[in-house]
Design a protein around this ligand. Structure first.
Ligand SMILES: NC(=O)c1ccc[n+]([C@@H]2O[C@H](COP(=O)([O-])OP(=O)(O)OC[C@H]3O[C@@H](n4cnc5c(N)ncnc54)[C@H](OP(=O)(O)O)[C@@H]3O)[C@@H](O)[C@H]2O)c1
Length: 341
């Protein structure tokens, strides 16, 4: 295949960290990204070049371009952490195949992306493009965090931002393993669909006395794991309302609130714990056989319909600077970027 020398990409305008904490919302990309024509990256040793079919847009991408994520920005480098595409160059037997990948060396919001060959995930032919584009960040995190739930021996768990893509994957895992998900959302419109999906209970933070509702549910179900992507005051209050030995596993910061830890003595006298989860760290620490096994399970779950990807919209790369914020603001679905349009 003859490759072009140049490509279109959404390129980062800043280096490093911003020192701010403004959350995952974005109304204007212009302070952070520019649509530019740049050189197609060349694969070095151990790298593969991928022609991108479809790239996911996750909250982590927005935290990242704002300089508020766990790794520094690189000015002039395309953004975009995960995508699906075809391997077009590099020293790998997967040449010519469709793969999902983390764009570790040159970002996925571009016509071509670069990654380590070790990070290529071959896709089953019956896996749809949207499921393949988003099968790493959220599905692998769902599997990894559900391992925490299973290993704790819990028969129920609490999760917030439960209407997110990741929240829905976790609820379906709870349903399929008989471990009751207690879902926390901020909009009552999500309650019925989450119950239909498998949530045992739904707590709506916008309703009257959500903490009272949570306490009544905890009395019966006694959950000891709280999977938290929000990190606001209500999350802290929920944690202190949970039974002894509860674990607060924070994995996201969707709220910009700084919660007060009002009953810290529970850590001492009731054996409670607060900890963090980051997929990047988990992948470096977990038994290496767990990751390929997880991808077999992930693809099977999507193809069999146990999981699905809700799509808010697919934005052509050429229009992403203008259109992506509008699609990101739509409720209940993921945004994707199509570099071929
Ligand atoms: N630590 C890790 O390794 C890891 C890996 C993957 C994902 N994550 C995190 O997982 C979370 C979910 O990701 P996703 O891709 O599934 O998200 P998503 O589908 O884009 O959905 C975002 C969700 O966040 C909710 N939300 C936004 N701001 C909120 C706030 N201030 N308070 C409460 N809810 C709020 C939205 O609720 P509405 O519907 O009410 O707007 C929506 O349900 C993110 O925080 C992401 O960074 C972490």
């Amino acid at each position: 295949m003859t490759l072009p020398s140049e490509m279109n990409a959404l390129v980062q305008l800043h280096d490093g960290y911003a020192g701010t904490q403004t959350g995952p919302d974005v109304t204007d990309l212009a302070p952070f990204l520019a649509h530019e024509t740049i050189a197609v990256p060349q694969p070095g040793e151990g790298q593969a070049l991928i022609k991108v079919h479809l790239a996911a847009v996750n909250p982590s991408d927005i935290h990242f371009i704002k300089g508020e994520y766990g790794q520094p920005r690189v000015k002039g480098m395309p953004a975009g952490f995960e995508a699906v595409g075809e391997v077009v160059a590099g020293d790998t037997p997967l040449l010519g195949q469709r793969v999902s990948f983390f764009a570790s060396a040159s970002g996925a919001w571009a016509e071509y992306a670069l990654t380590d060959v070790a990070r290529l995930v071959p896709c089953r032919p019956d896996l749809s493009e949207v499921d393949a584009a988003g099968q790493l960040v959220n599905p692998l995190t769902a599997i990894a965090m559900f391992d925490i739930v299973k290993e704790s021996g819990a028969d129920s768990f609490v999760l917030n931002a439960a209407g997110s893509q990741l929240g829905k994957l976790l609820i379906a895992l709870g349903r399929d393993h008989g471990i009751k998900p207690i879902a926390v959302v901020r909009r009552s419109a999500q309650a019925d669909s989450l119950k239909a999906l498998g949530a045992a209970e739904v707590i709506v933070t916008g309703e009257l006395d959500p903490l009272g509702a949570a306490k009544a549910i905890f009395e019966t179900l006694k959950p000891r794991i709280l999977l938290d992507a929000v990190g606001d005051q209500f999350t802290s209050d929920l944690f202190f309302a949970m039974p002894s030995h509860a674990r607060w596993v924070n994995y996201g910061k969707l709220s910009t609130e700084a919660p007060a830890l009002t009953e810290l003595g529970q850590m001492i006298f009731r054996g409670k714990q607060i900890e963090g989860f980051w997929l990047t760290r988990w992948m470096g620490q977990v038994d290496s056989a767990r990751i390929p096994a997880a991808f077999m399970e992930i693809q099977e779950r999507f193809v069999s319909g146990k999981w699905k990807t809700d799509v808010a919209g697919i934005v052509p790369l050429s229009q992403a600077m203008d259109k992506l914020p509008e699609v990101l603001a739509l409720p209940d679905g993921k945004a994707f970027i199509d570099p071929r349009a």
